[in-house]
Structures are given as structure tokens and as C-alpha cells.
Design a protein around this ligand. Structure first.
Ligand code: C5P
Length: 400
């Protein structure tokens, strides 16, 4: 991603305090950030705060003579690669839907031809109001992207929809529009992520340590590269990915069903999920009572989803599996690549420092039937980019 020119519009809502973190983070990444504030936004956060965080003059007034002689709303609009309004009040959404340009923020927005993203934040009643919903629909139809509000505690004391997503989530959405290189445009990619959860009774289950971070990193990288991504995830504690169609499941059987429903529509299937190999043969309908002595559970095999997909693969489909082993990783991964008839197996080290479950980094080796390519310790995001580059651009590694 190149450093880009981003306009952040701020309107009058308490969520404006979260926009400070967003502006600071975008600036730290090297982007040029111009902040435009509505009159009411300045009642919540001072322009000086944004000026200090962005290192740029904050524009609040169309007709100020303090600025250099230039038609600012036009020059800012021309230079911008992305215009995001966060928080976007019901009022500014209504203005944008109707092409109203009555201050610096809305006038610059109207003049901009770049990608535009609104992040609505307001009380649930205001958000659910048919007028706001109608205005959001008009904006969508005009090609403006909308990052849906979260649900939760609202500053007015209500609990419901309308909370502005955290800065990290807004930044994730922004990244999708900042990538200039989108080599996977037109590709449809199905990705599985996370663990599965196999019930013993209504209270207990069997699972594993997978966090889903590697699968999510792959989904994010594929989305940013322009692919149409479907993500099937087991139970994870990760924020939803903007622009990715997500199906949440619990058990291996549910994941199997979801994958079977989707894989035919995709040209690439990447199975990063740590699917349970066994599940309790019987799921007790009542909580199993604790008694003296030991308890034995009979476990039965779950379907091997990857093997099933490979054996029914469509012509031209690329199938990528993952392998995590505690012993003889590369040889076991090579065997798995052949047995499961995959194009690639991504071997994950579990014993090396900085690799494996839960963390934000990984050490992977990309194995195909005729080549092995080892990557160094990388962030899971960077490892994901390298995996996609290697497996989906036809590049081959050295013979193993
Ligand atoms: O056989 P093993 O579990 O080591 O293989 C790992 C690969 O197979 C991963 O890509 C995982 O998503 C997939 N898998 C599966 N169904 C299972 C078990 C693993 O699709 N029941």
C-alpha cells in the first residue's frame, strides 16, 4: 500500500473522540490526513486536537481568510484518495443524500470524486428512523460505502444499534479502499478460519487453541487485493471483517455443511481452520453429572472437509490446506499435500518461537507437490500476503 491522501470528516457526535485515535493511527502509518469538522463537531473535540494529531491545518470554515489563498474545498477534494466521515451524523447523511453543501465539510464531500466511506453513529431511534434508512440507501446507490454501526451501550444511556465501530475497525475498512494494486480482482475465494467446538453436553465442549487470526489475515489480504471473499469461521473473538461475507459456525459438521454450500461458487478454497478431527459420539441432552471415578467419552471422526472438497474439485479450482504438526512438520505436510490432493499445503510451525496459535506472527512453509518455499518469521498479515502471492500468481519455489 502506498502512502495516500485521506480526508477525515468529523460531525457532531460524542463518537468524535474515537476519531482522534483513527487520525493519529493513519498519520503514524505515513498517510497525509486532512481533517474537516462541522460546527457541531467542534463542540465535542477541539480543532487543535486534530491539528496536533494530523500535523495539518484543520478546515472548519468555508470563508475564513486565515487560510492560504486557494479554493480549499476544491483542491482538497482533487487531491483526496479517500474521504471518510466518522462519525457521520443523521444530519450529514441527510445532507449528503440530497447533495446539500452548506459548510466546508459537505461542500468538499460533494466536490470529491474519490472513494467515500460513511461511518454512521447515532442513537438507535435516529438510525432506525425511515428517513435515515432512506438517506443511507440513497448514499449506497450513489456509490458511497457505509460501515455499519455496532450494537452496544450508547452515550445517551440506551443500549442498541448506532455505536461507532472502534478506530481499528474503521481503519480495516479504509485499507480496503487504499490498496492501489488489486491483482485478485475477479477472483472468488472461500476461506475457513478458527477452531471448531464439539459439544459434550449443553455445558461442555472439546475445542483447540486456534484463534482464527491466520484465516482472518488471509481473508483481509485477499479482500484488499480485490478478491470477492467468503469466510467461514468457527468460534473466534475477532472483529468482523468489513467487505467480507462471513458465515459463523460452531462444529466440524456445521463447517462441513457451510463449505459444501459455498465451495462450488469459488475458484480458490483456503482451509485455514483447525477443524476438530473427533467429536463425542453422543451429545448428552442434559449436563453430565459428576460422579466418583473416571468418565470415558467415545469419540468419532468428523468429516475431512479438505479431502472432500479436493475430491469434488471443479476444473481450475485451487485448493490450499494448512498443516500444523508437532513432529517432522515438513515431511508430514508433504504427505498431507498428496493424500488430500491439495495444490498447496501451508505448514505451520508450532514449536518455533513466534509461530503457531494465538500470536500475531507465524513461520510458514509453502508446500506443493513439486516445491517447498520457506518464509521467515512474519506478521500473520504479511505471511498472508506472501501466501496469496505465491499460490495465486503461479510462481513456483525451488524443487524439494
Ligand atoms: O489432517 P489434518 O487435520 O492435519 O489437516 C489439516 C488441514 O485439513 C487443514 O487445512 C484443515 O482445515 C483441514 N481439515 C479439514 N477437516 C478436518 C480436519 C482438518 O478440512 N476434519
Amino acid at each position: 500500500m502506498k502512502y495516500r491522501n485521506i480526508i477525515v470528516g468529523v460531525t457532531g457526535g460524542i463518537a468524535a473522540y474515537k476519531t482522534c485515535t483513527l487520525v493519529s493511527s493513519l498519520k503514524k502509518q505515513g498517510h497525509t490526513v486532512h481533517v474537516l469538522m462541522s460546527a457541531n463537531a467542534q463542540k465535542f473535540v477541539s480543532p487543535l486536537t486534530f491539528q496536533t494529531l494530523s500535523g495539518q491545518k484543520v478546515y472548519t470554515d468555508m470563508f475564513s481568510t486565515d487560510y492560504e489563498p486557494d479554493v480549499h474545498h476544491i483542491s482538497l477534494a482533487k487531491e483526496a484518495d479517500l474521504f471518510v466521515i466518522a462519525p457521520a451524523s443523521a444530519d450529514v447523511i441527510a445532507k449528503i443524500a440530497n447533495g446539500i453543501a452548506d459548510d466546508m465539510l459537505t461542500t468538499t464531500f460533494l466536490a470529491s470524486r474519490c472513494e467515500k466511506l460513511l461511518v454512521p453513529a447515532m442513537n438507535t431511534g435516529m438510525l432506525d428512523n425511515p428517513a435515515t434508512q432512506r438517506n443511507l440507501e440513497i448514499c449506497r446507490n450513489d456509490g458511497i460505502h457505509i460501515l455499519e454501526s455496532d450494537s452496544g451501550y450508547l452515550a445517551c444511556g440506551d443500549t442498541g444499534r448506532g455505536r461507532m465501530p472502534e478506530a481499528e475497525e474503521i481503519e480495516d475498512a479504509i485499507k480496503m479502499y487504499l490498496c492501489t494494486d488489486r491483482p485478485l480482482t475477479g477472483r472468488k475465494i472461500l476461506i475457513t478460519a478458527g477452531p471448531t467446538r464439539e459439544s459434550i453436553d449443553p455445558v461442555r465442549y472439546i475445542t483447540n487453541h486456534s484463534s482464527g487470526k491466520m484465516g482472518y489475515a488471509l481473508a483481509r489480504a485477499a479482500r484488499n487485493a480485490g478478491a470477492d471473499v467468503t469466510l467461514i469461521n468457527g468460534p473466534v473473538a475477532l472483529q468482523p471483517l468489513y467487505g467480507v461475507s462471513t458465515v459463523s459456525v460452531e462444529s466440524a459438521d456445521e463447517m462441513y455443511q457451510a463449505v459444501m454450500n459455498h465451495y462450488e461458487k469459488n475458484d480458490t478454497v483456503i482451509m485455514a481452520a483447525a477443524v476438530a478431527d473427533y467429536r463425542p459420539a453422543l451429545v448428552n441432552t442434559q449436563k453430565i453429572k459428576k460422579e466418583d471415578g473416571d468418565l470415558s467419552l467415545t469419540l468419532m471422526r468428523t468429516p475431512d472437509i479438505l479431502k472432500e472438497v479436493s475430491s469434488h474439485r471443479k476444473a481450475g479450482q485451487t485448493i490450499i490446506g494448512f498443516a500444523m504438526e508437532t513432529e517432522d512438520l515438513l515431511n508430514n505436510a508433504r504427505k498431507k499435500c498428496i493424500e488430500k490432493n491439495c495444490d498447496y499445503i501451508i505448514a505451520n510451525s508450532i514449536s518455533e518461537k513466534g509461530a503457531g496459535f494465538q500470536g500475531d506472527t507465524n513461520i510458514v512453509t509453502i508446500i506443493s507437490k513439486d516445491a517447498t518455499v520457506s518464509l521467515p518469521l512474519l506478521s500473520k498479515d504479511e505471511a498472508a500476503v506472501q501466501i496469496l502471492k505465491h499460490c495465486l500468481s503461479g510462481k513456483k519455489g525451488s524443487k524439494c
